[in-house]
Design a protein around this ligand. Structure first.
Ligand code: PLP
Length: 384
């Protein structure tokens, strides 16, 4: 019997994988070329075309894609990088990998993304770059940050890990101009198991990112293979092993075909929750600014002050009903890793959002019947 990890409850998420992905992986395995090769190149082209970026450089994760993005954009060891604290530790891990010093700024109360004025107020003479995160699938106010970076001579990097399919002023994330990265972890919009991609416009930056991705060798394995080993590679700088495999890329190509349907389902599900929550005084649905199309990688709700119970209690009560919710993002500046260096830092909106938000189940395949059960569970869970 096939084990179903998600059998007897409403899961928080469930990747949408099937026979077609299995068949694509099988074909690659039987082809004999399993590491970085033609499927990776095809996946890079397909995604770059989809989002309107010049180039895609596929890697092992969004973390490593961001690392490469910072290097090619000119971030140097010791540079201070302005980041939200309301993000995944992976964002900061990438900054630390590049030798950067993270400096946290507060978010907008409604979008959970970096707030331009709050960010500007936190800039110092040491700040070299801003790491803009499109959090929870919602595009951040890109133009304001692009202007700010231009005015202050800063590098802009975009962490779009969660937000593939999101659009800003009718343009796809990943194609806005700054180096941007996507994640293909199962919790994100499409999955290759693990994986990520760096989106770039400058072909020279893309070339350097590809070299750095694969040991620093000037010639890729595929090119050498095609030349029957007659080409010698050179090393102009040391690199990494951040190579995506062709097995992953083949799965990614199938997932990419499904993306429009996955987005449509998530938006429909979000609309369903929005309507249901409009009848509940205790909870706020996610806010979507005029400029944005939300990808709804997560559906984040906020507990209003009028609610007699807190977000934690709601998550516990939902779990008792077999409905899996999650707490909102925990502020990084209060983590033990940062506590010593950031003891006096208070980010009011970040800390409030962490206390007052939770995520509801949302994923392709979630049915209306399940959503009704979620809404019913919420109605009972917000009671005293
Ligand atoms: C998931 C996530 C990452 C990291 O993605 P990986 O592919 O796991 O490295 C980075 N930033 C944000 C905002 C994320 O949600």
């Amino acid at each position: 019997m096939k084990a179903d990890l998600f059998a007897d409850q409403i899961p928080f998420l469930k990747p949408w994988l099937g026979e077609e992905e299995a068949e694509a992986a099988r074909e690659v395995i039987l082809s004999g070329w399993v590491s970085l090769g033609p499927k990776v190149a095809a996946f890079e082209r397909a995604l770059a075309e989809l989002v309107g970026a010049g180039e895609g450089v596929a890697t092992t994760a969004a973390t490593t894609a961001l690392h490469l993005g910072m290097i090619v954009a000119g971030v140097q060891p010791g540079d201070e990088i302005l980041c939200p604290s309301f993000t995944c530790m992976a964002t900061i891990n990438a900054v630390l990998l590049a030798g950067g010093k993270p400096r946290f700024a507060d978010i907008d109360r409604r979008t959970y993304n970096l707030e331009p004025a709050a960010a500007e107020a936190r800039l110092t003479s040491q700040t070299r770059a801003i790491m803009l995160v499109d959090q929870i699938g919602l595009p951040a106010p890109y133009d304001e940050f692009a202007d700010l970076c231009q005015r202050r001579g800063l590098i802009l990097i975009e962490d779009s890990a969660t937000a593939l399919g999101g659009r800003y002023k009718n343009k796809s994330l990943g194609g806005l101009g700054a180096p941007a990265s996507f994640s293909f972890h199962p919790r994100k919009m499409i999955t290759t198991g693990e994986g990520g991609m760096l989106m770039l416009n400058d072909p020279e930056w893309a070339e350097r990112a590809r070299v750095l991705r694969s040991t620093g060798a000037s010639v890729s394995d595929l090119v050498r293979h095609q030349a029957k080993g007659t080409i010698l590679q050179e090393y102009h700088e040391s690199g990494f092993n951040y190579r995506m495999t062709d097995i992953q890329a083949a799965v990614g190509l199938v997932q990419l075909k499904k993306l429009p349907e996955m987005l449509a389902q998530r938006r429909r599900q979000a609309g369903f929750y929005d309507a249901a929550l409009s009848e509940l005084d205790e909870l706020d649905p996610p806010y979507v600014p005029e400029y944005a199309e939300h990808a709804y990688s997560s559906y984040c709700i906020r507990v209003r002050p009028s609610c007699p119970v807190d977000a934690h209690t709601i998550v516990l009560r939902m779990a008792e009903r077999g409905i899996s919710c999650r707490h909102g993002i925990q502020p990084l500046h209060t983590e033990p890793f940062f506590r010593e260096t950031m003891a006096n830092l208070h980010l009011e909106e970040t800390e409030a959002a962490a206390r007052e938000t939770l995520f509801l189940p949302i994923f392709p395949g979630l049915t209306e019947t399940q959503q009704l059960a979620v809404v019913h569970g919420l109605k009972e869970s917000v009671a005293r």
